[in-house]
Design a protein around this ligand. Structure first.
Ligand SMILES: [Fe+2]
Length: 277
C-alpha cells in the first residue's frame, strides 16, 4: 500500500478551477481519492452553492434522512453528534445503510468567535494491515463476526441494514479488504453469536480501536474556507476535535458506484474499462 506523505503541504490537492473547467481536473481529483483515500481542493469559493456544483463534477449527491446537500452549524437540529461541538473520534459514516455512503465532503465555510475543530482522517486500510500484522486472530474476528447498526436518533427514523456486516469486509473473489465500517455510536448491541465468540470479538474491537487511536495513524487538518476535503468513506475514518465558537460546515455524500464509474472512465478510458467486464 502506498503511504501518503506526512508533510501537509504535500497532501493530495487539486485546483478548483481545473476541476470545474476540465475533465482532466476531475481525473486528477478522482485519482487522488482512489489512490490516497482523500483529496483537498484549493481555491474554491466558500459558498454552499459552489461546493455543491464542485461535488457534482464527480456525480449526483446521495440523499439520506439528513437531506441531500448539508449546510449546518452546531445547533443539534439533527439528533446526531455531528451536530454538536463535541470531539468526534475516528469513525465511518452510515454503517446503518445496506450500502454505506461512498464519498463524503466537508467544506468549512466559516469559523468565528472560537477555536478548535481540527479535522481528523485515519486510513482504515493501513490500520487493518497493522492489526493483521500484530494480531491475526483479532483481524479474523473483525473479518468474520457480523454486527448490526442503526440510525434512530430522530423520532421518525429507524434505519437498519438489510443484513448484519463485518467490521472488515473482503471482496469475495480477490479476498482483498474492500471496506471498513467502524462507528461505535451507531453499532447495535445485538450480536447473534455465542458468548466465547462475543468475548473474542470485543477483545479484537478493543485492539483495533487502540490501533486507530495511535498518533502515527492520525492525520490532522485545520480545514479553511476555500479548501474542501473529500474522502473515501469505505476506507478512511474521520473525526474532529472539540471546538468553540460558531462553525459553519457544508458537504454531502456521493455513492461509491458513481464515484468508481467516473474514476475508471476518466483514468482508464471507456475501451479499457469495457474490455475488463
Ligand atoms: Fe461522521
Amino acid at each position: 500500500m502506498e503511504q501518503v506523505p506526512l508533510n501537509p503541504s504535500r497532501y493530495p490537492t487539486v485546483d478548483y478551477e481545473e476541476v470545474m473547467n476540465s475533465d482532466e481536473g476531475v481525473r486528477k481529483w478522482t485519482d487522488n481519492i482512489y489512490r490516497w483515500g482523500f483529496s483537498l481542493v484549493d481555491g474554491s469559493p466558500a459558498t454552499p452553492e459552489a461546493t455543491e456544483k464542485l461535488l457534482e463534477r464527480i456525480a449526483f449527491i446521495r440523499h439520506t434522512h439528513y437531506g441531500g446537500f448539508w449546510d449546518f452549524t452546531s445547533d443539534l437540529s439533527m439528533k446526531d453528534m455531528a451536530y454538536t461541538t463535541q470531539e468526534l473520534g475516528a469513525h465511518t459514516d452510515t454503517t446503518y445503510f445496506t450500502e454505506p455512503a461512498g464519498l463524503q465532503m466537508f467544506h468549512v465555510l466559516s469559523h468565528t468567535g472560537g477555536s478548535g475543530g481540527a479535522s481528523l482522517l485515519v486510513d482504515g486500510f493501513a490500520a487493518a494491515q497493522t492489526l493483521y500484522r500484530e494480531d491475526p486472530d483479532a483481524y479474523n474476528s473483525l473479518k468474520t463476526v457480523l454486527v448490526n447498526a442503526h440510525a434512530s436518533g430522530n423520532e421518525d427514523v429507524c434505519i437498519q441494514p438489510a443484513a448484519p456486516f463485518p467490521i472488515l469486509s473482503h471482496h469475495p473473489v480477490t479476498k482483498e479488504l474492500c471496506r471498513v465500517q467502524w462507528n461505535i455510536e451507531d453499532r447495535a448491541a445485538r450480536m447473534d453469536v455465542d458468548a466465547a465468540t462475543l468475548v473474542k470479538w470485543y477483545d479484537a474491537a478493543r485492539k483495533f480501536n487502540e490501533v486507530l487511536k495511535r498518533e502515527s495513524m492520525e492525520r490532522w487538518f485545520q480545514l479553511k474556507p476555500g479548501s474542501p476535503m473529500i474522502f473515501d468513506n469505505w476506507r478512511m475514518l474521520h473525526g474532529r476535535s472539540e471546538f468553540t465558537g460558531k462553525r459553519r460546515v457544508c458537504g454531502a455524500y456521493i455513492n461509491r458506484d458513481d464515484f468508481i464509474s467516473r474514476y475508471l472512465l476518466l483514468n482508464k478510458g471507456r475501451e479499457e474499462v469495457l474490455g475488463k467486464i
